[in-house]
Design a binder for this molecule. Structure first.
Ligand code: SF4
Ligand code: SF4
Length: 431
C-alpha cells in the first residue's frame, strides 16, 4: 500500500512537471517527461571473502583494493581527537557569532537548537561514540518475551516501513546487512582508542531512514540557519532510530539504531534504493535531492529488500559541477568521470566515485564558521519541485552532455542553488 502511494506521488509529480515542461522542452531539445526512477543496472562486484551476503550496487567496487573504513580516519574524528590540528581549529570556530547576517547570535542559536536533542540523546554519534544512549546496542532487557507472528516477510516489511514513517522518517528503504560498510574499527572516546566493533548480534536487515532538511533553511547555506536544519536532521535521526528500535524490540526481535557511528551511510542509502551517490559525496534522493540526513536501524528481522534505483544523477553530475564550483573548501572533485582516485585516509579505497577531500571540507567549515552544506544548497536536485530535471533521465538517452550544461545554466537563471546569499537568511526569518 505504502509503495503504491509512493509511486502515485511520483506519478503526480511527473504530471505536474509535464505542465511546466513546455517552457523548457524547446531549449532542452526534448519534449518527454522523465519517468519514475528506474531500477539501476548493477555491476557485479567481485566477491569479497566473508560470511555476509553482498548487495549488488550500481557503483563499481574493486574487492582487491577495497578495505573497510576505520571510523577514526574521518576528518571529524581526527579533528576531535587531535590528529588533525587544523581541523580542530576549524571546529573551534563553528560556535563563533559575528554581526554578519547568517552568523549572528540569533542564527547560531538556531544551529544549537537544531543539534540540542542529538547532543542529549545521541552523544555526538555524528562523529564517534557508538553504542550509547539512543544508539545503544544492548537489547537484553528490551526484547519482548514472545515474538509477534507476521504472516509473511512482506507483511513484516510493510509494518516496519509504516512505523518508521509514523515515527518521523521521510524516506525508508531496506537492504540486507553488508559487512563491507561496517567500520573496521570504531572509536571509543571513553577508552581514547579504537576497537573492533562487536555487534550484539549479526543483523540480517538494515532499515535505511532518510530525513528531509528544510528547503528554506538550507537555501541560506552556509549560515547558522542551515546549520540548524542539519542539526535538526541529526536530532530527528536519533529520535526516530531509537523509537523504531523500541518498536522492533516490543515485537520480540533485536535491533539497534545508528547515526554515523557504526557504518557508512551512503552505500546503504544506494543499496536500499533511496538515491544515487553524487559528485558532492552525498546521497542524492529522488524526493529531496541531497537535502537529507541518513540514519540506519540494524535488525535480525528477515525483511523484503528494495533495489538500487537510478534517475540520471551520476550522469548529470558529469556536466554539472555546481557543487564543486561553489565549495568554499575546494574539496570536491572536478574530474568529469568518477574514478578510483582518493585523496588521503579519509577516503576508503576501491570504490568508483568522486572522492571528496574531507580534510579540505572541514577547513571549509572553518572558513564559513558554519556546518557549511553549500554543496547541498547549490545542487539543482535540492529544490522541492524538481520539475525540469525530471527530464534528465530521458535526456541521458538522447544527447546528455550539452543538454545537461544548458539545464545547469537554466537552474541558475531560475534563481535556484545560490549559496552565500544573505537575503535568503532575512527571507527565512521573515516568512
Ligand atoms: S560541506 Fe562545504 S566545504 Fe564541505 S564539501 Fe560541501 S561545500 Fe565543500
Ligand atoms: S551540484 Fe551538480 S555535480 Fe554536484 S552533486 Fe548536484 S548534480 Fe551532481
Amino acid at each position: 500500500m505504502k509503495e503504491e502511494k509512493s509511486q502515485e506521488k511520483k506519478l503526480n509529480l511527473s504530471r505536474r512537471s509535464f505542465v511546466k515542461l513546455g517552457a523548457v522542452s524547446a531549449v532542452a531539445g526534448a519534449g518527454a517527461v522523465a519517468g519514475l526512477p528506474a531500477q539501476a543496472e548493477t555491476t557485479s562486484d567481485r566477491e569479497l571473502p566473508g560470511k555476509m551476503p553482498q548487495t549488488q550496487l550500481p557503483v563499481k567496487v574493486d574487492s582487491h583494493v577495497y578495505k573497510r573504513f576505520h571510523q577514526q580516519d574521518t576528518a571529524f574524528c581526527q579533528a576531535a581527537t587531535g590528529r588533525f590540528p587544523e581541523g580542530r581549529q576549524a571546529f573551534s570556530q563553528l560556535g563563533a557569532t559575528t554581526q554578519e547576517v547568517g552568523l549572528r547570535q540569533i542564527d547560531k542559536a538556531l544551529t544549537d537548537a537544531g543539534w540540542y536533542v542529538d547532543k542529549l540523546i545521541a552523544n555526538n554519534a555524528s562523529i564517534m561514540s557508538p553504542d550509547t544512549l539512543a544508539y545503544r546496542w544492548d537489547n537484553d532487557a528490551d526484547v519482548a518475551d514472545s515474538a509477534y507472528a507476521f504472516s509473511s516477510k512482506e507483511e513484516a516489511t510493510h509494518h516496519i516501513k509504516k512505523a518508521a514513517r509514523f515515527l518521523g522518517a521521510d524516506l525508508v528503504g531496506i537492504t540486507p546487512y553488508d559487512e563491507r560498510w561496517t567500520y573496521a574499527s570504531i572509536f571509543k572516546p571513553e577508552l581514547k582508542k579504537s576497537v573492533e566493533p562487536e555487534l550484539p548480534f549479526t543483523p540480517k536487515s538494515v532499515i535505511v531512514l532518510g530525513y528531509e532538511m528544510d528547503y528554506e533553511a538550507m537555501a541560506t547555506a552556509p549560515s547558522g540557519v542551515s546549520g540548524g536544519a542539519v542539526g535538526k536532521g541529526y536530532s530527528q535521526m536519533a529520535i526516530t532510530g531509537a523509537s523504531l528500535r523500541n518498536f522492533i524490540n516490543n515485537l520480540g526481535y533485536r535491533a539497534f539504531a545508528s547515526g554515523n557511528d557504526v557504518a557508512l551511510s551512503v552505500p546503504y542509502g544506494v543499496a536500499a534504493g533511496l538515491g544515487e551517490a553524487a559528485r558532492n559525496g552525498i546521497l542524492v534522493t529522488y524526493e529531496y535531492g541531497p537535502r537529507v540526513r541518513i540514519g540506519k536501524v540494524f535488525t535480525e528481522l528477515d525483511l523484503s529488500y528494495n533495489k538500487p534505483v537510478t534517475f540520471g544523477v551520476r550522469h548529470f553530475c558529469e556536466s554539472c559541477m555546481r557543487c564543486a564550483d561553489a565549495c568554499p573548501g575546494n574539496a570536491i572533485s572536478k574530474t568529469k568521470k568518477p574514478s578510483f582516485d582518493i585523496h588521503n585516509e579519509c577516503n576508503n579505497p576501491g570504490v568508483e566515485k568522486w572522492a571528496v577531500d574531507a580534510k579540505k571540507c572541514l577547513l571549509g567549515w572553518g572558513k564559513t564558521q558554519s556546518d557549511c552544506a553549500t554543496c547541498i544548497t547549490s545542487c539543482p536536485y535540492s529544490k522541492p519541485d524538481f520539475w525540469h530535471h525530471r527530464l534528465v533521465d530521458k535526456v541521458n538517452k538522447l544527447m546528455p552532455g550539452p543538454v545537461h550544461s544548458v539545464m545547469r545554466e537554466m537552474d541558475k537563471l531560475f534563481g535556484y542553488g545560490n549559496s552565500f546569499d544573505r537575503k535568503s537568511v532575512t527571507k527565512f526569518w521573515k516568512s
